[in-house]
Structure formats: C-alpha cells, structure tokens
Design a protein around this ligand. Structure first.
Ligand code: HEC
Length: 256
C-alpha cells in the first residue's frame, strides 16, 4: 500500500467507503428529523448541533479526505471547530438565560393594575392594599388604567382564541415594528405586560399613547428609558381589544 502525503497526487478510496458514508449521512438525517419532533428544552440546540457536527465530520474525513491528508490540516480543522464551539457556548450562556432577567414575564395575569410609585415602578405585591373582594385599592383610576377612551376598569373572560389570532395579525403588522415579546427593542418587551398593567391601561396605551406619555407617571418614567416615543397606530377599539387578547395569551402560554 502506498502511504503518501496529500500533495503527491489523488487518493482514491474504495466505492464501499463512499457508499457507507453516504448511508450514514442519510441515517443521521433521518435521526435529525426524528429528534426534531421531540422537545428537549434548552438541549434542543445541543442535540441538533451534535448530530450536525457528526455529519460534518464524516464529510470532512471521507469526502474531503481529511483522514488521509497531512495531519496539520486536521489540527487546523479541529482547532477552528473547537474555537467555534467555545464562542457558541459562551453566547448560549447568555441567550439561554435572558428570559430569567424579567421576573414579570413569569407572573400570572392580574385582573387589575398594580399601583405605581412616582418613579413608575409597580409597588411589590406584598405591599399593596386590597379591599374585601381582593381587589387592589385603586388610589387613582388614571394611574391604574391610563388616559383614553376606556373609562372603566373591566374584567375579562377566558381567552378567546379567535380574538387572539386577529390580535396576533394586527400586532405583527403594527406593533412588531417596535415591540418584541421577549426582548427590549425600540419599545419595551410586551410578554408579561398583562401581569402588571390592567386591561384598560393596555387598551388606552394603544389607543391614546400621546396623552399617556405626557400625563401618566408610569409611562413618563418608562419613556425616559427609550429613545423613541410610541406613536398612535390608529386602531379601532375592537382592534385594540384583539391585540390585548393576543398579549394576554402570550403571557398565559409562556413556558408551555
Ligand atoms: C414607533 C414605535 C412603537 C410602535 C409602533 C408601538 N409602540 Fe408601544 N411603545 C413604544 C415605546 C417607545 C414605548 C415606551 C413608552 C414610550 O417611550 O412611549 C411603548 C410602550 C408601550 C406599552 C406600555 C408598556 C408598559 O410597560 O407600560 C404598551 C402596552 C405598548 N407600548 C403596546 C403597544 C402595542 C400593542 C402596539 C401596537 C398596536 C404598539 N405598542 C406600537 C413604541 C412603539
């Protein structure tokens, strides 16, 4: 058998090795599809990357002849992959835990708004005052519900899926330009907003942002943290109600 270095001519492998590797790649593809149907939580990416890396290794070793090439190529190749892995791992340490930073997104939906301090921060639950029916004593209607066409606090029913999908469409068309559910964007993240803002507040904010930014202590404080102000999207009351339903469902179904 010749045992020659890479640069001295082509190296021809027997056909059965190519077929074997091709078979292994097909099998791994099938496994990829199978595991994609399972949910491993934050391990999803790890499992997917492991299978993909195995396939890439097979291609590099046999189809690209790394196995029969000068060892220095293997060292460079493995080194590059190793550093890529390190970069991805450290990035993942951040991205996997981002949701944990906002404890509000984990809270259940409140029917009534929290009471705000003048700095815009909700007063912690255990410091709030409730009346006999368990409702937060509202010291100020406008502080709890904002300024706008919705003049009465209202309780809302179980989530209406039809409204949710209507609201999702409107949200993606108009609000998504500035809001994401889970991360700060041009505006604040909105998953969990139903846990600390009342339904009336959210609708008033959608229908009448200008006045709330000007007059509402909480929104004014929030505004200071953003470079842009929220603009009026000219939605009807029904459309705003649908968006509210979408935000409620986004909160309730978090972590499912
Ligand atoms: C032009 C960008 C922009 C658009 C479009 C926009 N928003 Fe906003 N939104 C903001 C900003 C910025 C804030 C923070 C307050 C401020 O600075 O005006 C905000 C604040 C809010 C708040 C208050 C959040 C809180 O914690 O009290 C809600 C609720 C909200 N937006 C919902 C919506 C919905 C629903 C839509 C779509 C109908 C929408 N926004 C469209 C930029 C936008």
């Amino acid at each position: 058998m010749r045992n020659q270095a890479a640069n001295s001519g082509p190296h021809i492998l027997p056909l059965r090795i190519y077929l074997g590797v091709a078979g292994a790649l097909l099998l791994l593809t099938a496994i990829t599809i199978m595991v994609a149907r399972e949910d491993f939580g934050s391990w999803n990416l790890v499992v997917a990357l492991l299978i993909a890396a195995t396939k890439a290794t097979l291609v590099a070793l046999f189809f690209m002849h790394l196995k029969y090439d000068n060892r220095i190529y293997s060292v460079i190749f493995v080194g590059a992959i190793l550093f890529l892995g390190i970069f991805i791992t450290f990035t993942m340490l951040d991205t996997l835990n981002r949701g944990d930073l906002n404890p509000l997104t984990k809270m259940p939906i409140k029917k009534y708004a929290a009471i705000y301090e003048s700095n815009g921060r909700p007063i912690p639950v255990n410091e709030r005052i409730y009346d006999v029916s368990g409702r937060i004593v509202s010291t100020d209607f406008f502080l709890n519900n904002g300024y706008g066409p919705i003049k009465k606090e209202f309780l809302i029913d179980p989530i209406n899926d039809e409204l949710v999908s209507k609201g999702a469409t409107i949200f993606n068309k108009t609000c998504y330009r500035c809001h994401r559910l889970d991360e700060r964007f041009t505006g604040p993240p909105l998953r969990g907003v139903t846990a600390y803002r009342s339904p009336a507040f959210i609708m008033n904010m959608i229908l009448n942002p200008e006045e709330n930014i000007r007059r509402h202590a909480g929104v004014r404080a929030l505004q200071k943290q953003y470079y842009t102000v929220m603009t009026n999207q000219d939605l009807s009351i029904d459309e705003a109600r649908a968006v509210l339903e979408y935000l409620r469902s986004a909160n309730e179904r978090h972590g499912e």
